[in-house]
Design a protein around this ligand. Sequence first.
Ligand SMILES: Nc1ncnc2c1ncn2[C@@H]1O[C@H](COP(=O)(O)OP(=O)(O)OP(=O)(O)O)[C@@H](O)[C@H]1O
Ligand SMILES: [Mg+2]
Length: 379
Amino acid sequence: MISQDATTTKSRSEKNEAERANGIEVRDVEIRFANGYLGLKKTALSIEPGSFCTLLGPSGSGKTTLLRTIAGLLTPSSGVIMIGAKDVTRLPVQARNIGFVFQNYALFPHMTVAQNIEYPLKLHKWPQADRRRRVHEILELIELPNAGDRAVGELSGGQQQRVAIGRALVYRPALLLLDEPMGALDRRLRQQLGADLREIQQRTGITAVYVTHDQEEAFILSDKVAIMDGGEILQYDTPSELYFRPKSRFVARFLGEANLIDVSSLEQGGDGRTLIRTGRATFSLPLPRAILKQHSSLSIVLRPEDLILLGSDTVDEMQAPAIPVRIEKELFLGSRCIVTVSDNSGATYLVECSKSQIPASGAEVWLTWNPASMVLVDH
Ligand SMILES: Nc1ncnc2c1ncn2[C@@H]1O[C@H](COP(=O)(O)OP(=O)(O)OP(=O)(O)O)[C@@H](O)[C@H]1O
Ligand SMILES: [Mg+2]
């Protein structure tokens, strides 16, 4: 962790960088590779200045393609990319003023830590005194104040990656782009470096775009996350919106466990509520009228923690929804259990509860939930 003292002494020099933070606008950008493959379908994304945005998705979903497009390493077949107020669509990489960090840190092994960090400044012909001052600032920022003279090969993987982040920031780039920078590190180091990275990003106020396929990492680090699949952004939202308000079955399933229950019919009730029928349950909710037309493709999303198991003695006859179920399997995880239950059509549901909340075996069991915790998705 970075100390309070260090924060105070550095805040003045880093503040200028925060003022220069740029947003990114990706407008209807399409990438078609030479073999004809559509790497990015018409994509739009608006990243706020000074925010930490993560691209999250399965392998091959287009995360690296989108990052490389923002960097200028790939040229869109159509669309526009803006960095701040500037249209950079046709600008080459070196004219975009971007700091890039890759998975294999790509440091120069024959140079010291300080020489590695100084390298971009030499390329830009900064005077020696300014270079020295800036390298010193960066060594402080990445919490390796005394490592300047060390050979990079002597550093641990996590330290080397901090040097790579420092080198990416030294020239005060407009953006910081990171493509799975911690992929080669073990879990504990990833968590530590992730926290350091977030702190560095917040302190400098730079806009960062980060690529990962680790959901937990994305949620911990990011202001907003773009969920990608098949060369498309399916949803761009805050971590809690994505988790609690997924807009599609894919997003619901991709982010943790989700029970999906198909809706078989919707009926407008006289009281402004809508009667919802699934194969096993009927209940009513206040829903916008527009939803009534879509019932053939609607599913209910329920997280395991939203489901409740009740014994027949505690279930109220009028309680809706309530589905009779059988306990199939209990997975004991210490503070909580994941119970698999099935209804008489064979459909299974995952329920999270504490050990004491599981009805006795052999007892009649009902599955219920608070209708307010449901989310409806239509694709
Ligand atoms: N130069 C290229 N020519 C043709 N197809 C490509 C090219 N580069 C990438 N692709 C394809 O585009 C798709 C998206 O690739 P991309 O590297 O963006 O995925 P990713 O989300 O970063 O995956 P990973 O998590 O494995 O890094 C893949 O199907 C890939 O095979
Ligand atoms: Mg990739």
